[in-house]
Design a binder for this molecule. Sequence first.
Ligand code: F6P
Length: 362
Amino acid sequence: MKDIKTLGVLTSGGDCAGLNAVIRAVTYHANQVCGWRVLGILDGSLGLMEKPPRYRELRADSFDEGLLREGGTFLGTTNKGDPFRFPQPDGSFRDRSEDFAAGARELGLDALVVIGGDGSMRILSRLCDKAGIGMVGVPKTIDNDVHGTEYAVGFASAINVVTDALDRLQPTAASHHRVMILETMGRDAGHIALNGGIAGGADVILVPELPYTLDGLEAHLRRVLSRGRSHALLVVAEGVKTEGGKHVSVNMPGEQLRYGGVGYYLEREIGRRLGTETRVTVLGHLQRGGTPSPRDRLLASAFGVHAVRLVAQRRFGRMVAWQDRGVVDVPLSDVTVGSRLLQPDDPLIATARGVGIYVGDV
Ligand code: F6P
């Protein structure tokens, strides 16, 4: 079996806090412990598809120690353009997977660590097969919807942002006797809204997985406001639909639907039904940027080291994961089956209901 000499690492999909900490851990372990050359591929799969391929040689001994603390990804990333169906300027699509394979050959990559969500893992594992190189995945996404792992890098930092936003919204809501609506990210899964909403003391949490009715929401808010409290906090995930079943979104050509604005729909409905003054805050990309939380730095470091160990053992086609208070690894085939959604029997849904939060009609 061929020795590993050169390891590639790339970030793919939407960024989040903690990506640089993963790259740091991968580079340190691969460079210093295994003695391999490490190439950081720029802008996800795009870097390998270009001629010449775009990359940076990564050396653990010349890393700025600030990296552990920095948000974003210094390698760059992309959440557009599946190489198997790559958009062309004239609106058509072309299979450019061979360009990726050629890039991997030109750089002499023996294996690739992919830091991404479930969609990136699915595409990149097919690309690595085509290029004839082994792949190991590291889960990241603020949405925390990757199967096989309790936590993905970026989620904990996003929850801190949501909780902090609610801590700031509560006093101003109380001062003005308003209903404050906080719209979080979370395309298909409501993990951010549910976790952040409980931690931040919300009265209502709406997630894409649990149906709600405007009547149910109104009745709950009336109850809250009749108990001597003149304000309320509502958290809604961007992927929640209107009562009529429509996403609030903008369609940009060549992109996934851009969600956002369901908070304004709820503002109108609450104003109409209750006559209460209501304001909306859309948190958006604030949840993705900023300094990684200690929890994310820890997860990123543990994941990075374990990913390199898997490469050293040639245990390819696997993703590192967090389960039962430790790092493990799972087959990529268990992960690339779609998004890990909230299940109705999730213990945190019972927790939310147990502290009087409306999370949809029972
Ligand atoms: O998947 C992560 C995520 O942050 C989603 O929560 C959100 O819908 C999407 O990315 C936003 O992507 P973009 O950066 O393209 O606006």
